[in-house]
Design a binder for this molecule. Structure first.
Ligand code: ZN
Ligand code: ZN
Length: 300
């Protein structure tokens, strides 16, 4: 028996979106309408503008779906938790210094009390330990990849943090986001329109996209396409765009990596479930070193 909402096997369309972006309403360099325009041009279907402590709303129409978002943060235990709030109704106000209840769990409560969802942002960049991440609950996922954190300080990947949660039974999802700030630096690539999630949803509305995200009906990428994943008997089959490796990641020494040999790229892989994995998730790496991730398949 396994627990996995398989986006490749449900009805619907694929929609591409980025859930973490800044504008001039916090520390970003582009205005909200300029930022939206850039994502529109790159073929994204939806975008969440997540300014720090600010619910940014676009004046005027846009051709892509805007999900109401905000990034909030809170120090605790010597580190700082950054949280992405999605689909909120009202701005989460910056707490005053004498707010007696200010802690990350209380922030999550305030977001969820509005019907919003929470993603734990860039855990590697935030230096969060496993105990830190386990000390709060109610978030649906972690940023397994963050473009800005990679290009600025080489802390873009949080696979270890994600696995540390999965291995302890926290079935959270993996998101790839840009965290775009749009500041031009000669020695760094552009930090926008680089990473995304592909969501399988019935239609392009906030309700349907958020419903699919809540169910884990998406995969994350900053390059490769994941074309299919099926589970048949004791096998998991995956097909992708041409990549250098496809890995079935599981706890400890379980799982398996399939690599291209003799410079030929691969486009599919098959994994035999041994029955003691607890969970398996799939990730792949293309020729340019970019990655994509499925959510985890949990076995009981
Ligand atoms: Zn942040
Ligand atoms: Zn941010």
């Amino acid at each position: 028996m396994f627990q996995f909402n398989n986006p490749f096997k449900v009805e619907g369309n694929w929609y591409k979106g980025n859930l973490h972006t800044h504008t001039t309403n916090s520390d970003g360099a582009l205005s909200p309408s300029e930022a939206v325009c850039e994502y529109e041009k790159e073929g994204y279907h939806f975008l969440a503008i997540t300014d720090h402590w600010r619910l940014t709303e676009l004046k005027g129409a846009s051709n892509i779906l805007l999900i109401r978002g905000e990034e909030v943060d809170c120090p605790a235990k010597g580190v700082s938790f950054h949280l992405i709030a999605l689909d909120i109704k009202e701005e989460i106000p910056h707490p005053t210094k004498d707010d007696p209840e200010l802690d990350p769990q209380e922030l999550i409560r305030r977001i969820k009390s509005q019907g919003g969802q929470v993603i734990l942002a860039h855990p590697y960049w935030s230096a969060l330990s496993t105990m830190d991440m386990l000390s709060i609950e109610g978030y649906i996922g972690v940023e397994v990849f963050n473009t800005g954190c990679l290009f600025e300080v080489d802390k873009g990947y949080s696979m270890t943090h994600w696995d540390d949660l999965l291995i302890r039974g926290r079935n959270v999802f993996g998101f790839a986001v840009d965290d775009a700030h749009w500041h031009h630096r000669e020695h760094q690539p552009k930090d926008a329109c680089q990473a995304w999630i592909m969501v399988k949803a019935k239609s392009l509305s906030t309700e349907e996209i958020m419903d699919s995200i809540r169910k884990g009906l998406f995969y994350a990428s900053w390059g490769p396409k994941i074309k299919d994943l099926s589970i048949e008997g004791d096998r998991i089959y995956v097909s992708t765009s041409p990549v250098k490796s496809i890995s079935f990641v599981a706890p400890n020494g379980r799982g398996e990596r399939f690599s291209a040999v003799k410079s030929r790229l691969i486009e599919d892989a098959e994994y035999k479930i041994r029955g003691e994995e607890k969970y398996v998730r799939v990730q792949c790496i293309d020729e340019a070193g970019r990655m994509a991730w499925t959510n985890a398949i949990f076995f009981s």
